[in-house]
Design a protein around this ligand. Structure first.
Ligand SMILES: [Zn+2]
Length: 222
């Protein structure tokens, strides 16, 4: 949708909280705290917080992605950052996972041009900023991992082997700086939603192939 239409719609329908419909905010702090969470963990390297099956979560993710409600990126970043802080002490102790670099899951160039921004990158930027103000800054690297192949929407492909085949070699690492930067480094991948996990797994494999030490992923929702 063109930008001016967004603006007209915002004028006609002033923002209301997705949860309690209070005017003036897209998600009020009370409703952020009460967002439905995701419990079980399928992939041992992915940590997700919110339950994407719930309407309010789905709506919020959609509004950031397709209606450019960028204030949601900051809210999501807070949720992701909290989860990182919760998990990192154990990862440090048991996996020697220290001093990680933040890398958002990239969009292909075509998709980036269509959308005008990458929601994962936006979330990762806020996470990096938040970490800076509480010490122990996570350095954000948004140009290391590249999406070199445009892949169809993973959620629509039911067959797992086809999904994996589509994703094969869809990522690459920028040379030579990217390869130097990830060598023997721990990495936190950031994305908005994990659907099948195949995309994150492919990104992890690519980073490891090029010398990264350990790779974990944090997503807003599952
Ligand atoms: Zn509310």
């Amino acid at each position: 949708m063109p930008y001016f239409l967004d603006t007209i719609l915002d004028f006609l329908f002033p923002e209301r909280c997705l949860g309690c419909h209070k005017a003036g905010v897209i998600l009020c702090s009370d409703c952020v705290i009460n967002l439905p969470t995701f419990r079980e963990q399928e992939n041992d390297f992915v940590f997700s917080t919110l339950n994407y099956q719930k309407e309010i979560v789905k709506k919020a993710v959609w509004l950031l992605k397709y209606r450019r409600k960028k204030e949601l990126a900051k809210i999501f970043a807070g949720i992701v950052y909290e989860n990182i802080l919760e998990e990192i002490p154990d990862l440090k102790t048991f996996e020697n996972f220290s001093d990680p670099i933040l890398i958002p899951i990239p969009l292909s160039e075509k998709r980036y041009k269509e959308r005008g921004f990458n929601q994962a990158e936006l979330i990762a930027e806020h996470v990096s900023d938040m970490s800076a103000t509480s010490g122990g800054r996570f350095v954000l690297e948004k140009n290391i991992l590249k999406k070199i192949k445009d892949t169809p929407n993973q959620a629509r492909i039911k067959d797992r082997s086809i999904r994996l085949e589509n994703l094969k070699n869809c990522f690459s690492i920028s040379e030579p700086e990217g390869i130097q930067k990830i060598k023997n480094r721990n990495i936190i991948l950031i994305d908005d939603v994990i659907t099948t996990g195949a995309t994150l797994l492919e990104a992890k494999k690519t980073l490891e192939k090029f010398g990264a030490k350990k790779v974990y992923a944090f997503t807003v929702a599952h």
